[in-house]
Design a protein around this ligand. Sequence first.
Ligand code: TRP
Ligand code: SF4
Length: 404
Amino acid sequence: MSSNDAERRLVSGMRPTGRLHIGHYHGALKNWVKLQHEFQCWFFVADLHALTTHYDDSADIEQHTFDTVVDWLAAGLSPSAATIFVQSKVPEHCELHLILSMVTPLGWLERVPSYKDQQTRLKNRDLSTYGFLGYPLLQAADILMYRGGNVPVGEDQVAHVELTREIARRFNHIYGREPQFEELAERAIDKMGKKAARLYRTARKEYLEQGDMDSLERAKALLGEQQNLSIGDRERLFGYLEGGGRIILPEAKALLTETSKVPGLDGEKMSKSYGNAIGMREEPSVVEKKIKTMMTDPARVRRNDPGDPDKCPVFALHQVYSDEETKTWAANGCRTAGIGCIDCKGPVIDAVCAEQATFIDRAKQFEENPDLVRSILIEGSEAARDEAKLTLDDVKAAVGISYR
Ligand code: TRP
Ligand code: SF4
């Protein structure tokens, strides 16, 4: 497969958290719906990832997976445009995860920011498991499985995609080498002179065994300074540090496209667990009630007090839902105390309800006939499996365990 193919492919997943809210829609899903026509897409529910943090609370995973997928379909994802599936229905993810785990330095996983963050934040969960440490590696397997070059994710996931790239590079380096590559590289090291050769070997070892990035940089700088290396040998030694052989698993990159942040009802990040979310499919009366009681600029206590739209989460909703004219009306009305907050909220309520009407309408047939969703997932998972098997065949052949 050429890197060109990887460029056209895209992989992304979501953990099954149950019904989605409009923050999921504007922050990710809406973008997926657009991307499904621009790339060859694999979208899956990461149910095994849910187990890494909630292994003791797994009873609802299936229901949550179902609800998540209904909301994907409600948003406009289409099984005829994208492959939609469930991670655990493609057991090859586990196999690739295991094989990759063999080449993953512990330090690389311990250094991923979310590892320590989550352990501090989710104090009430047991996160000192092997599975949780491997969370980003399982994600790497998800991505590399479909040899996707693009991964649309939020800022918080960028470190995981970077790790994925490092793993791919290391795998290709170890298993994609040309015959004799090692011998030629070793001979090139000897040409550097005793001291430089020793420094290079130590730095390379530190990088490969502990994933130490400073060592990698040191080794690269050292190669840059060498006067008596041929261009070929220099290239070889750069490759010897990081790869340079055959590419079995292409490197992926995070696709950070423009998405909108929808604040929660209290102005904090929208999240079901904070109780500040507006679902994608709620009764209009519920939407109305939630927005009517939504927080506004705290400085605007009385109707006559002017407010500051930039300090108001309702205005952030205008930014997502309103046209220019409405936004100007709201901002000016707020600053001059020309309108009250209830007036200001009116167009937002209408726009959110109108959007939800489409979602509710699309979801109806799936709610009424859950077998429809089941068959989408069965078909999608089979298609994903076919692709996954191709990758694993290559991976196993490269490792030397294909028994053909
Ligand atoms: N970790 C991602 C999240 O929490 C979910 C995920 C799992 C994912 N596997 C993936 C995202 C592969 C992109 C690609 O949002
Ligand atoms: Fe917020 Fe609108 Fe009230 Fe201003 S008028 S504080 S923007 S709700």
